[in-house]
Design a protein around this ligand. Structure first.
Ligand code: SAM
Ligand code: SF4
Ligand code: SF4
Length: 300
């Protein structure tokens, strides 16, 4: 991260904590919900299958920027499916940079070639070892690993959603992150139980076991892009929700925190690590603040 970016984000954090501000800093644009996969744990693919046009996405980016957002995520559906005539995801990332976003990240299922050096981080979903990943995501593991090896930059962060199917493979994904070319780190979420995937949710005990494994992996020098100071809150679901500093926009509809905010009761069972990390940070939890500073300096 550039020193100027670091200083600006630190200044934002201090102001938010001191004045209990709800001004947003992190935004996500859903560029399409179209997807080539149908993962067992996912409730947001192919509901409309519309690929939103470039001008609309550009306006949504500008809207987020004008509201104060400086960390931008592109998400889907599958982001690498996005096209508008000759424009691809790469043009969106370049446009976001031009607009002035300080950090620009992309989330992908990794099944398409990865040529996106302009992104700060490419969060690439890997949901276990080959057997467990394929049980959730279809027969895609080998293609994804090949695409990672052949990527044109080393800005990939593996992204694992831990659920009842793959909870035994947290260690495998950590080792893969440590030992694979072009992979900078690994980041985790727990399954957030939408009404149609409730059976995949982890118990407190299961979450505690996963967190213990991740802490052990951190001790063994695996690059984990999460904050262990937030783990106790994630295990018990006792972090504040929603994240008021996070916004998401999909086809003109702006939501605080996530598009999941409309699902009654879901926030009480939220498994998204970024929500715990950001809300605890902005509540001024000192251990979270210090760990966040160290972690962002290391991986972004
Ligand atoms: C919705 S996908 C969109 C981007 C891309 N298609 C992908 O799979 O990475 C974004 C991330 O959300 C995760 N995800 C989907 N449903 C989830 C749920 N119910 N709880 C936690 N994570 C979930 C996916 O595993 C993926 O890492
Ligand atoms: S690849 Fe992503 S958007 Fe597509 S079904 Fe899987 S988790 Fe959902
Ligand atoms: S806190 Fe609620 S809105 Fe935010 S990500 Fe979690 S479930 Fe979604």
């Amino acid at each position: 991260m550039r020193p100027s970016t670091f200083l600006r984000l630190t200044g934002f954090g201090l102001k938010t904590i001191l004045f209990r501000s709800r001004k947003p800093i992190l935004g996500t644009v859903i560029i399409t919900d179209k997807c080539n996969l149908k993962c067992k744990h996912c409730s947001v693919n192919n509901i409309t299958a519309v690929v939103h046009p470039y001008e609309q996405i550009k306006n949504e980016m500008q809207q987020l920027y004008d509201m104060g957002v400086r960390i931008l995520f592109f998400c889907g559906g599958e982001t690498f499916l996005w096209r508008d005539n000759d424009k691809t995801l790469r043009e969106l990332v370049i446009e976001a940079r031009k607009m002035g976003f300080l950090i620009v990240n992309v989330v992908t299922n990794g099944t398409f070639s990865i040529d996106l050096p302009e992104a700060d981080l490419i969060l690439l979903s890997l949901d276990g070892d080959r057997e467990h990943h394929n049980a959730i995501r279809g027969d895609t593991y080998d293609t994804i690993m090949r695409n990672i090896q052949n990527a044109t930059s080393d800005n990939i962060c593996l992204y694992m959603a831990i659920n009842r199917i793959n909870q035994s493979t947290v260690r495998n994904v950590c080792i893969t992150a440590r030992d694979t070319k072009n992979v900078r780190a690994v980041s985790f979420n727990f399954h957030t139980p939408y009404p149609d995937t409730r059976e995949l949710a982890l118990s407190k005990e299961e979450k505690a076991k996963c967190c213990a494994t991740i802490v052990q992996m951190m001790r063994e020098k695996v690059p984990v892009f999460n904050l262990k100071s937030a783990f106790p809150y994630l295990i018990d679901n006792r972090f504040p929700t929603p994240c008021h500093q996070c916004l998401v926009i999909e086809d003109g509809k702006l939501s605080v925190c996530g598009r999941c905010i409309d699902v009654p009761g879901l926030c009480n069972e939220c498994g998204y690590f970024f929500v715990a990390e950001y809300t605890l940070l902005f509540r001024g939890k000192l251990r979270v603040i210090l760990e966040m500073l160290r972690t962002y300096l290391k991986y972004v």
